[in-house]
Every structure is written in structure tokens, then in C-alpha cells.
Design a protein around this ligand. Structure first.
Ligand code: IPM
Ligand code: MG
Length: 368
């Protein structure tokens, strides 16, 4: 074997361990067929780390990730840790990894796979193939936040009392670097870029618009348009197949990507790549959460995580063939009718077979 990659695996909580172990099996098999060796080391984050160390993101997890070629993450969080201090919530681990590894660009492809039309709640979804480029280390997720007391009164006389605040702020530099990624994707795709913002209300959104307009002169082939986020959420349902590349802020990208997940049948199908500085490790994860209600029951859809491994191979490791092999095996598996519960629907006439995580994974491996 010639090439070797070191992958840090953070299984996390809930269905995280099931989907990551499934995806790693697929990745190892696909890679070995192309003479590539995959070495994995497991690291703790989220609830699993709280249970062991009392904190969601131990330093050694950050060091471990930095010291690898790429990171695969399952999901973090669950009701067990809902009452821990805000600073120690499992989700803090995810945010800490994103900022700690400087992963400012979150790439979320949204594809309606052939055979899954029945799983979409839309009557005629058409051919959906878009990508959401979400800014990942700025905006309201990382802005100034806190509480203070106020003795002031509201117009009806009630005292304001405790006031909580979160702040949306973006620098030109942060906006420009994510826009550049967006234009880059548009050039490689259908050359359509939609900036989603709330420029009718927010100062930061107006900055995004101005900078996008300026940058568009460097990409004359790309058709740039703008949508307010409320309208975008409507248009995604109304004309999903008209979108190519969507670029947006951290919060709007979070919200719209869940909506997009539903359009293509299940959020369980969506992979993601979080990348930053070239040459530094990226992090790859399904966009779904830890789904504690089905954890440990062999019910989770592993395809979002398996497809995240394909993104890992393509996006940062440059192993196009392995990525293609994995994606083709997933397509074939769906064409053969394998379905986990989340993508099983009444009236689906594709001769479907309801299977669990393990069987779905084995089917993908058999199709490699
Ligand atoms: C996501 C998730 C996270 C986010 C949560 C778990 C903090 O919803 O990756 O989309 O909001 O970014
Ligand atoms: Mg989300």
C-alpha cells in the first residue's frame, strides 16, 4: 500500500458511535481497494467527554485533531446533558472544534437521490442538486453574549429585569473569505450564486451584499442573486431545483440546511465538510443531530456519515476515485431499494427493503 491517512474519529453521543463506525468500515474498504491505508484514532467530545472528564472538549481532542489528516465526527448532545452549565454543554465541543481548527467554511451539499423522490414531502421536487456554503466561525454563534440587570420599565410598567443578549457581527475579511469559497464552487458547478441574508434589516447583511457585488466583478460568468432569508426559506420549498450555490451566514445556514434536508427526504442523507486553511485538517460530519430517541437501536441512517467520508476523500485529501467509489456505492444501494426508517415512505414503489444501520452499511460495502 502506498498512501496512508490518519483520521481522527469523534463518535460523540446518541447515534454518533453507530454512524461513525459504519462510515469508517465503508471508508476503510473503499480506500483499501485503491491501495490506500486508513489509520483511525478515537477522540472524545460532547457528552461522552463530559462523562469522562467533566468538560465537553478536552485539549487532547483538539491536539489529536490537529495532528491528523482529517476528522470524522458523528453527533454530540442529548437530554442527559441538557441541564449542565451553558459553558459545558456538549454543543460547545462542536463550536470549539470549529473555531479551534479554524474551519470557517461549512459545505453542505443537498442532493435528492434517485429513488428517494417519494421520501420528499414535496409533490414535484424536480432535480435538486444544490450546495449551501455556511460561514462557520463567525456571526451570532461567536459574537459577544451575556446577561445584565435592568431596572428600566417596559411601556406597560413591568420592570425589564434580566436582559440576555447575543450579537451578530461580521468583519469584511470573514465575509470575503467565505464569499470567495462560494464563487469558487459556483465556477465549478452551474455558475449560479445566491446570497441569502436579511439586508432589509441587518447592517451585517448589507455588508455581505456590498462585498458580494464587488467580488462578482472578478467572476463575470457567475450569475449572482440575493434573497432575504425569509423569502429563501419559501423559495427553497417552491423551486428547489433552481438553486445551485447558496452562501450565507452561520445562523441562516444552520436553519436553511435543515429545511433543505427535509426537501431531499431526510436530514439523515446530508453530509458536510468543514474546512479552513489549506493543508490543515478539515472536519466531516453528517448534518443531523444525535437522535437520542433511536440511539443504540440499529435504526440510524448511516448514509450522511458515509457520504461525509466521500467528501473527506475529495475535498481535502484529493482522493477523487475513493470519493466516487463511495458515492456510486451509495447510489447503487439506494437503487437496490435499501432504506432505513427515515427514508421509508408509504406509496414508495421502488421495491424498497427496510433495513437497519448495520445492513445498510453492509449493502454499501458490498456495492463498492
Ligand atoms: C449543525 C448543528 C449545530 C449548529 C449545533 C449542534 C450546535 O445544528 O451542525 O447544524 O447549530 O451548528
Ligand atoms: Mg443544524
Amino acid at each position: 500500500m502506498s498512501k496512508k491517512y490518519n483520521i481522527s474519529v469523534i463518535p460523540g453521543d446518541g447515534i454518533g458511535p453507530e454512524v461513525t463506525s459504519a462510515a469508517i468500515k465503508v471508508l476503510e474498504t473503499a480506500a483499501s481497494k485503491r491501495e490506500i491505508e486508513i489509520y483511525t484514532k478515537e477522540l472524545l467530545a460532547g457528552g461522552a467527554a463530559i462523562d469522562k472528564y467533566g468538560i465537553p472538549l478536552p485539549q487532547e481532542t483538539i491536539y489529536g485533531c490537529k495532528d491528523s489528516d482529517a476528522v470524522l465526527l458523528g453527533a454530540v448532545g442529548g437530554p442527559k446533558w441538557d441541564n449542565v452549565e451553558p459553558d459545558k454543554r456538549p454543543e460547545k465541543a462542536l463550536l470549539g472544534l470549529r473555531s479551534g481548527l479554524d474551519l470557517y467554511a461549512n459545505i453542505r451539499p443537498v442532493v435528492l437521490h434517485e429513488g428517494l423522490e417519494a421520501a420528499s414531502p414535496l409533490k414535484n421536487p424536480g432535480k435538486v442538486d444544490l450546495v449551501i456554503i455556511r460561514e462557520l466561525t463567525g456571526g451570532i454563534y461567536f459574537g459577544k453574549t451575556g446577561f445584565y440587570q435592568s431596572g428600566d420599565k417596559l411601556s406597560d410598567g413591568t420592570v425589564k429585569g434580566k436582559i440576555g443578549f447575543d450579537t451578530e457581527s461580521y468583519s469584511e475579511g470573514e465575509i470575503n473569505r467565505i464569499l470567495k469559497i462560494g464563487f469558487g464552487f459556483a465556477m465549478k458547478r452551474r455558475k449560479k450564486l445566491t446570497l441569502v441574508d436579511k439586508a432589509n434589516v441587518l447592517v451585517t447583511s448589507r455588508m455581505w451584499r456590498t462585498l458580494a457585488t464587488q467580488m462578482s466583478f472578478d467572476y463575470p460568468e457567475v450569475e449572482l442573486d440575493f434573497l432575504y432569508v425569509d423569502n429563501a426559506s419559501m423559495q427553497l420549498i417552491n423551486r428547489p431545483s433552481s438553486f445551485d450555490v447558496i452562501v450565507t451566514s452561520n445562523l441562516f445556514g444552520d436553519i436553511l440546511s435543515d429545511e433543505a434536508g427535509q426537501i431531499v427526504g431526510s436530514i439523515g442523507m446530508l453530509p458536510s465538510a468543514s474546512v479552513g486553511v489549506i493543508g490543515k485538517p478539515g472536519m466531516f460530519e453528517p448534518i443531523h443531530g444525535s437522535a437520542p430517541d433511536i440511539a443504540g437501536q440499529n435504526k440510524a441512517n448511516p448514509l450522511g456519515t458515509i457520504l461525509s467520508c466521500a467528501m473527506m476523500m475529495r475535498t481535502v485529501l484529493g482522493e477523487e476515485e475513493v470519493a466516487d467509489d463511495i458515492e456510486n456505492a451509495v447510489k447503487k444501494t439506494l437503487a437496490q431499494g435499501y432504506r432505513t426508517g427515515d427514508i421509508t415512505f408509504v406509496g414508495d414503489n421502488n421495491n424498497t427493503k427496510l433495513v437497519g444501520t448495520v445492513e445498510m452499511t453492509q449493502a454499501v460495502i458490498d456495492n463498492l
